[in-house]
Unconditional design. Structure first.
Length: 210
């Protein structure tokens, strides 16, 4: 369908006003809202994610593509609600206690949303108890913890411990990431997944949801 390809293409270029126009045009043509979401918007964001993985595009391009996607989703939202389209699952995301860095976290959030996952963003300096409370309140399947400082990465262990102590460790997948984080660190604290970049994190999260 040519218009879906156009939506995908304009989204990749980050052209939010045209994406909004084209989404409305597709709705006016009688296309299904779910199809517009998946084959237009999410398709475009998926391509950006793959290019980001291969260093073919960089953070600014991802940000403007995500902005264009959000503009398109805003038009679609009432139609998706009416059609009863469910999100693929809910993820809670935040930068751990003591750490105020959020660029990596924000990128992962965008990539997750680009896979159709509902994201609850707790921001920065998030305590282990806040992660637990939000996961319970929002029935989240996934918890994503970010850290940029070596001094704060051990806070991730406290997050895992808090889920164990609250008796809900088996209900969520805990994902960790950030510059100082490695696979061996992930294994040592008992987390479920470590990925080196935002696009891979979104792929892993989607796998956990399905």
């Amino acid at each position: 369908m040519a218009i879906l390809d156009e939506i995908s293409s304009f989204l990749q270029q980050g052209r939010a006003p045209i994406v909004k126009e084209k989404v409305q045009e597709a709705l006016d043509q009688g296309l299904d809202s779910k199809e517009i979401l998946e084959k237009g918007l999410l398709d475009g964001m998926g391509i950006i994610g793959e290019k980001f993985k291969k260093n073919e595009v960089f953070v600014p391009e991802v940000l403007i593509a995500a902005r264009a996607m959000n503009a398109g989703v805003a038009i679609l939202k009432p139609y998706l609600v009416e059609a009863g389209v469910q999100s693929k699952g809910t993820a809670v995301i935040g930068t751990v206690k003591g750490d105020l860095h959020d660029i990596g976290k924000n990128l992962v959030k965008m990539m997750l949303e680009g896979k159709g996952i509902n994201v609850i963003d707790l921001g920065v300096d998030v305590s282990a108890d806040q992660f637990v409370q939000s996961a319970v309140d929002n029935n989240a399947k996934i918890v994503c913890c970010s850290a940029l400082l070596t001094t704060t990465m051990n806070e991730m262990k406290n997050v895992v411990t808090a889920f164990v102590e609250n008796g809900i460790r088996d209900k969520v997948k805990i994902m960790v990431g950030g510059a100082p984080i490695t696979q061996s660190f992930c294994d040592s604290i008992g987390a479920d997944s470590y990925t080196a970049d935002a696009a891979s994190a979104a792929d892993a999260a989607l796998a956990f949801c399905s």
